[in-house]
Design a protein. Structure first.
Lengths: 770, 161
């Protein structure tokens, strides 16, 4: 029987494995193994949109202004649980500049992460109840303030502890925990292993609710022309946003066009249509005018997603030589009123070789805004519990923490019992430790003093980052000899535009200065998936490469006809076609520039098509890393200063080392914020968020910047895909908090069990250890 | 309504404005200069940073989101659009060269805050750069690259003088 054209393949996205249909590509380019020489891939090409961004010309969603555009503002709930008794927007409409209001009965069936839009059943403080459109943002804000809202408050539960109490208020109709709760994963015989262990350690950890705090808030501009809807959206997924909108408004997918040129950060919170998107589209339909709905900072901080807070009880059992014999994690995860099940336990299933593992997760609904994916959701939380426990075990065994991790190295995927496509975590350990100077004592200048004490710590990382289909790209060679990559993907500030252009230039044999990438438009560009789960380069990159290879074949055939030389004897490099093996394009051998070829072709266009093929069967496609921290702790004030961070990462082939380094540094700094400062604080008695501003919710500033050394161990994972590249966006945030916590414990001789590591928590840890 | 005379990037403007309009609002909504961004609206993040000068005094970096436009009468404002109109300014070049840009939303503010620093202190130490720019938040975490870019721009400007 002939091979099937459409096959199923597995794709892992943020810890969840999905089965997807893929059309087998027409051809599979030869793998870019580590020894293949490269002209453009692997070079530090400057970020292609940097000039636009430094000159202020880059257009973000918040910069989009349409003729006659109205501005929306949202009326929000002042209480955490209860119901709307009455809602009077007549005073809002009477305000100067106010043009329209949008009420619950007009948005029936419009659901977003936190539930039905404008629900009169209130389940969290800040829940949208209505919206106003006006001629300016100020007028809209004032009109929203004029709304008269009468509510009836019920008792609320804003923490998992409160929501799990016997007489807790009911947050979802079926109860306060997710269906099928608890979620249990078990392998081996944990109880027997615990009973027979030489050493057992048990700890309880807490991680805070963290807020994405992207510089550009969620926002959309919506405009209708007849029954065609165009939406400019700050999104990580233009096609997801399109399907959300089509479903919500009863439209065909192709009646919706979603555009995203530049966006001011996402970090997981912008994966589809949000309340702001639906409000803009609904108000635009009602008024017949374009409407802009951009969240203000408070709206952004209370209702645009967050990283769930967790409690984790971890037990590790080991033999005297450090071999892990059992891992147990029991956790409660506070999701808010909705979201999905980001698993803190998953890292316990996969990071170390261990035959006996049991994890129990209770996902708890609370009266707060719904969680959303936040850079390595689940793993960041779980890594804190697991990797701090590993250090506790190392201390118990009087073993070096790095030696303990090496002792329990997993050489195949433990969770699903399958091979890794490639794994260089051992190299990350080796090279990271060497750069950090792990095995040598901290330098004399950093020797402990009575008050200022230094310590070092480390942690390991694994993360599914293989990407997958479907993803499509077109590469066209224009009449002027330049080339364009067309793909419906997103550049979140990651550098996707540049990376795709480099891949295309390499495969096409083009000068990188003659290649650009066009992305971010559902109407005019081929489909790709969301830019989430460290997916983009490994998903879209192979499609871009294939499209460029396809275009090159056509270009070489054209050159062959012009030069009267068989195409097999020609090659393309730096936008010239010449004889294979010729020294340089200006040498005596016949050569043609791309422009000379396209000029001869007149209006004939060279167009290459590419798609992403299936993932290999029964194979774990993972990125890895090892991170090291040195800290200084003032034991009188409890203040922690991170002196330096070193990170060694394995993400297969690196397309652009400088952009990749930028992303590592950024992820590590977000990890530093999670370790030391970031925590959404709620008033438990009122159920209200206390720090929904950028002043009170502390993200790292430039004053907090340690010395950072971040690098990749060389490699190319051509089992994963033919470009050899895997994802790298999320791994760098995973190990930083446990590495810092382990360093603080090393410095002060007392363990840190709760994040963020505020001065008072340090002082409390010191107090406990006395 | 009140009368506002404002020089923005060397162009003179006369506008009728309401008393509660912010400088950021005037720049973005009335003059279509969208380089300065609204992010926190409370003077906490620096995405709206522009330079302002009056009576020949040196330009200062300010948070335009909490600056009332009416209080800017007779001043000269420089936004990112006013920088490097005859080819990229050394700071802009250095930000590109050092990849001190990820999403780019905070970038105009970072560059203008850096410019204010370099005008006041042409040879800042790393510590002085960190302090001067600590009021300009970047959630992508480009800080290491920004420090390198500002140091490099200081060198480029010194050579240029």
């Amino acid at each position: 029987m002939a091979n099937k054209r459409f096959v199923a393949t597995k794709v892992e996205v943020e810890g969840r494995e999905e089965t997807r249909i893929v059309e087998l590509p027409e051809f599979e380019p030869a793998p870019w193994t580590a020894d293949v020489p490269m002209d453009v891939v692997g070079q530090c090409v400057p970020r292609m949109d940097a000039l636009e961004k430094v000159t202020g010309l880059a257009t973000f969603t918040t910069d989009v202004k349409r003729p006659g555009m109205l501005y929306a503002a949202i009326v929000r709930s002042p209480i955490a649980n209860g119901r709307v008794k009455s809602l009077d927007l007549a005073p809002s409409l009477a305000m100067p500049g106010a043009r329209a209001v949008l009420l619950r009965e007009e948005v029936d069936g419009l659901r977003y992460d936190s539930g039905q839009l404008f629900d009169h059943v209130i389940r969290f403080a800040g829940q949208p109840l209505a919206a106003v459109a006006a001629e300016s943002q100020e007028a809209a804000n004032r009109a929203a303030l004029a709304a008269i809202v009468q509510v009836e408050a019920d008792a609320h539960a804003v923490t998992s502890r409160a929501a799990l109490r016997q007489n807790a208020p009911k947050i979802r109709s079926h109860g306060n925990t997710s269906k099928h709760s608890p979620r249990v994963h078990a392998r081996g015989d944990v109880d027997a292993a615990m009973a027979q262990a030489d050493v057992v350690i048990r700890r309880e950890f807490r991680t805070p609710c963290a807020l994405h705090t992207a510089m550009e808030p969620h926002g959309a501009v919506a405009e209708w022309r007849g029954d065609m809807l165009t939406v400019w959206e700050s999104t990580q997924g233009i096609f997801n946003t399109r399907s959300d909108l089509a479903e919500a408004f009863g439209l065909k997918l192709t009646q919706v066009r979603v555009i995203k040129e530049h966006m001011g950060g996402g970090f997981g919170a912008k994966n589809g249509a949000h309340a702001s998107t639906y409000i803009a589209a609904a108000l635009a339909r009602k008024t017949g005018l374009p409407v802009r709905c951009v969240l203000d900072r408070e709206g952004e901080q209370v209702d645009s997603g967050n990283r769930s807070s967790t409690t984790q009880r971890v037990a590790l059992a080991a033999r005297r030589d450090g071999t892990l014999t059992a891992i147990i994690m029991e956790s409660e995860i506070a999701m808010g009123v909705g979201g999905w099940f980001a698993s803190p336990a998953k890292i316990c299933h996969e990071l170390y070789s261990c035959p006996n593992v049991r994890t129990t997760e209770v996902f708890v609904y609370t009266n707060t805004g719904a969680m959303a994916s936040f850079r390595a959701p689940g793993h960041v939380e779980g890594a804190f519990g697991l990797e701090c426990s590993m250090d506790a075990l190392a201390r118990e065994l009087r073993m070096d923490p790095l030696d303990l991790r090496m002792r329990n190295y997993a050489s195949h995927d433990q969770e699903k019992d399958r091979r890794y496509s490639d794994k260089r975590l051992d190299e990350c350990y080796r090279q990271g430790a060497q750069r950090f100077g792990w095995k040598s004592p901290l330098s004399t200048s950093s020797a402990r003093s009575a008050r200022l004490r230094r310590g070092k710590g480390m942690a390991s990382i694994s993360w599914g980052a293989g990407g997958g289909p479907p993803s499509y790209a077109t590469v066209r060679v224009n009449q002027d000899g330049t080339a364009e990559v067309l793909t419906g993907s997103q550049d979140l500030g990651t550098g996707a535009r540049t990376v795709f252009a480099q891949i295309a230039a390499e495969a096409l044999g083009a000068d990188i200065n003659h290649v650009r990438t066009i992305l971010g438009d559902t109407e005019r560009l081929p489909y790709t998936g969301n830019s989430w789960g460290s997916q983009t380069t490994a998903s879209v990159g192979p499609a871009v490469r294939m499209a460029a290879e396809d275009a090159k074949t056509r270009l070489l055939e054209a050159a062959a006809q012009i030069l009267r030389i068989p195409a097999e004897q020609l090659e393309a490099r730096e936008s010239f076609v010449r004889m294979k093996g010729a020294a340089d394009p200006t040498s005596q051998t016949p050569s043609l520039s791309f422009q000379q070829i396209t000029e001869k072709l007149g209006d004939v266009m060279i167009i290459g098509q590419g798609s992403r093929g299936p993932n290999p069967d029964k194979t774990a496609l993972f990125a890895f890393g090892a991170q090291f921290a040195e800290v200084e702790v003032d034991v009188e004030t409890g203040h922690v200063r991170v002196i330096r961070l070193v990170a060694a990462h394995d993400s297969g082939r690196i397309i652009n080392p400088r952009l990749a380094e930028s992303q590592l540094e950024g992820g590590m700094l977000q990890g530093l914020g999670f370790a030391l400062f970031e925590e959404r604080v709620l008033d438990e008695s009122l159920g209200l968020p206390l720090n929904p501003t950028m002043h009170d919710y502390k993200i790292p500033t430039m004053s907090d910047l340690p010395t950072i050394e971040a690098f990749f161990v060389p490699g190319s994972d051509t089992v994963a895909n033919h470009t050899g590249a895997k994802g790298l966006a999320e791994p760098p945030i995973i190990g930083i908090a446990p590495a810092i916590a382990n360093a603080v414990a090393d410095a002060i001789g007392a363990e840190i069990l709760e994040l963020p590591i505020t001065p008072w928590r340090v002082l409390a840890a010191l107090e406990r250890s006395r | 309504m009140t009368q506002l005379r404002l020089s923005v990037n060397d162009a003179q403007h006369e506008l009728e404005i309401a008393g509660d309009e912010t400088l950021l609002g005037v720049l973005r909504d009335r003059l279509s200069l969208t380089g300065a961004k609204l992010s926190c609206g409370r003077g906490e993040c620096g995405a709206c940073t522009v330079l302002i000068a009056q009576d020949g005094a040196p330009a200062r970096a300010i948070y335009s989101c909490i600056t009332l436009a009416a209080a800017c009468d007779g001043t000269s404002v420089t936004t990112i659009e006013g920088l490097g109109r005859d080819g990229a300014h050394p700071l802009q070049q250095a930000f590109v060269a050092h990849d001190a840009v990820q999403c780019g939303y905070c970038t105009p503010g970072q560059i203008l805050a850096s410019l204010a620093l370099l005008r006041e202190n042409p040879t800042p130490t790393v510590s002085e750069i960190r302090t001067a720019l600590s009021g300009n938040l970047c959630r992508c975490g480009t800080y290491p690259k920004i420090v390198a870019a500002v140091q490099d721009a200081a060198r480029r400007l010194a050579v240029g003088e």
